[in-house]
Structure formats: C-alpha cells, structure tokens
Design a protein around this ligand. Structure first.
Ligand SMILES: [Fe+2]
Ligand SMILES: [Fe+2]
Length: 302
C-alpha cells in the first residue's frame, strides 16, 4: 500500500502525459479501417445489454414483447451515442480553452492535442454508427446547450476536467460491459471496445490534470467549482436518456418516464456506473458533503 502511494505521488502531469503519448502511438484506432461497417446485422441481437435499460425489471417491461425490448435497447444506445457526440464536441471546446495558455513544447499540450484527435475520430465513428443503426438522432435539449454557453467560460481547468471525467467514467463503465456481452450486436461491441481503449487514457489525463488544478486553486474558488461541477453532473445525467426514447414504443410514454425514474434496477445501474468516479472526485476534494444533494439528484450517489 505504501509503495502504491509513493508511486502515485511521483506521477506528475508531465510524466502521465508522456506515458499516454506512448500508449496512443501504440494503440490508436481509425474507425474507417478498424471497424467492419459492412458486416451484416444480427437478427434479434440486443443493442445494449437488457439489464442496463431504464425499464428493465418494471411492470411495464413485463408487458413489453421481445421486439419492443430490443427496440428500446436500440433507442437507448442511440440516446447515449447522440448525447456523447455533443459531450465530445464540448470536450473539444474545453480543450481549446485549456490549450490557449499552454506551452506548445510541453508533453501535456501534445497529449491534449492527441485527445482532440481521438474525439474527432470518435465523432465520425458515432455518426456512422447512428446512420448504420437507423436509430433516431437524439441531441441535447436546448436548455442544456444554453447553460453550457453561459457557464463554460467560468469552468477553468477544474470544472472542465471534472465534467469530462463524469461523462467519460460513466460511459466507460457501461461500454466496457457492452463490449464483452455476446448478446449485443457485433458492430456495437467493436465500437465500444475501441472507444473504451482510448477513453481510459482520457480518464488518466483528466485525473492528473484535475489533481494539479485542485492544488493550484484557493479554497474559495474550489467551493465554486465543486458547486458548478455538481450542478453540471446533474444536468448532464438527466439528459443522457432523451425524454422521447419511449415515444411510439409504449402506449403511454409519460408513464414510462415516471416508471423509469423510480425503477430500482435502473437506479442501481446509475450508481454502479459512477462508483469509481464519485470515489475519485471525493478523494480529490471535488465532492464534499455540501454538494451531495447534486450527486444524489444526478442518481450517482445514494
Ligand atoms: Fe470519445
Ligand atoms: Fe474522451
């Protein structure tokens, strides 16, 4: 244990960036050649593992037939991917701000540029996946776009990296499981595997940068960023599942939304997806008791 702590302390943002640059050079993917886009779709295969769906285990789920359940899985991954494309565009914008004050000779700068490159390829990969699946394209609600425009100029490195971590860690946890699940369409499993491999590096970078930013920030500023991060996490999580995913699929979409909101299985899925994230942010000083209400509202904390 002591040895692990010493190793962590000696890991500087520069050394993390150097390691990630090497890993990126060795294991990066080009979705135009590393994904078999022409492979036939499997009849009746899931698009997302059923146990992670918002209605799984509810009375409504019991009344749905297999075709409706599979269709729900197609729409829910469509919503995750649609929202991810917006989140990744936001990430690119936050990275552009981060880069403005950095030295072009610094390995941290080089890794940030590499990560923008990864996200650019992910956006193309997600766009092709949505086109291939024929799923509706669910974008972010207008109020979320407006809130991002108003608040993002005050994010700084702290809130930027904390919010990047929220989305990356939650989605990685689900996608890692999706990639392994043989009931899921092979195309989706392949894309999840590629995405997780590159996103794990993004998480390492964001964690190192966040530690560094916390160290440089005064207590008063830190309190503001904790509040902003908690609020941002709540707004992002409540948009992950688009409110129209049930439209045309079940007789009463509003009742389905209510049933999903109080579904204990889905609540457990959200808590499970954020276990490591909430532990890390608490340990890093980005979540204290004062912000627990945001994280509970986001469904990421008990
Ligand atoms: Fe990504
Ligand atoms: Fe990422």
């Amino acid at each position: 244990m002591e040895r692990t702590l010493t190793l962590v302390q000696h890991r500087t943002p520069e050394s993390v960036a150097r390691r990630l640059l090497q890993a990126s050079a060795a294991h990066s993917f080009d979705p135009s050649v590393d994904v078999d886009w022409g492979a036939p779709r499997q009849e009746d295969a899931w698009y997302l593992q059923p146990e992670r769906l918002s209605l799984y285990g509810t009375a409504l789920w019991d009344r749905m037939d297999e075709r409706q359940r599979v269709e729900l899985s197609r729409r829910e991954i469509g919503s995750h991917v649609g929202m991810s494309t917006w989140f990744e565009l936001c990430t690119i914008r936050m990275f552009a701000d981060y880069l403005e004050s950095r030295d072009i000779r610094d390995p941290r700068t080089h890794y940030a540029l590499t990560e923008i490159g990864d996200e650019t390829r992910h956006l193309i990969m997600f766009g092709r996946l949505l086109a291939e699946m024929g799923a509706p394209v669910y974008g972010p609600p207008a109020h979320l776009r407006r809130l991002f425009s108003v608040f993002s100029p005050t994010f700084g490195d702290l809130t930027s990296f904390a919010l990047i971590l929220v989305l990356e860690e939650v989605l990685i946890r689900v996608q890692r499981e999706t990639a392994r699940d043989e009931r899921v369409q092979p195309l989706i499993r392949r894309i999840c595997r590629i995405h997780v491999t590159e996103e794990v590096r993004h998480v390492s970078f964001a964690r190192a940068e966040l530690h560094d930013a916390v160290r440089r920030t005064s207590r008063a500023r830190l309190a503001y960023h904790r509040e902003l991060t908690g609020f941002g996490a709540w707004m992002a999580m409540r948009s992950l599942l688009h409110r129209s995913v049930y439209d045309g699929l079940v007789p009463d979409p509003a009742a389905a939304r209510r049933e999903a909101a109080r579904n204990p299985h889905y609540r457990e899925t959200l808590l499970w997806s954020a276990e490591k994230l909430v532990g890390f942010l608490t340990e890093a000083g980005m979540i204290t008791r004062a912000e627990h209400h945001w994280w509970r509202r986001a469904g990421l904390m008990r």
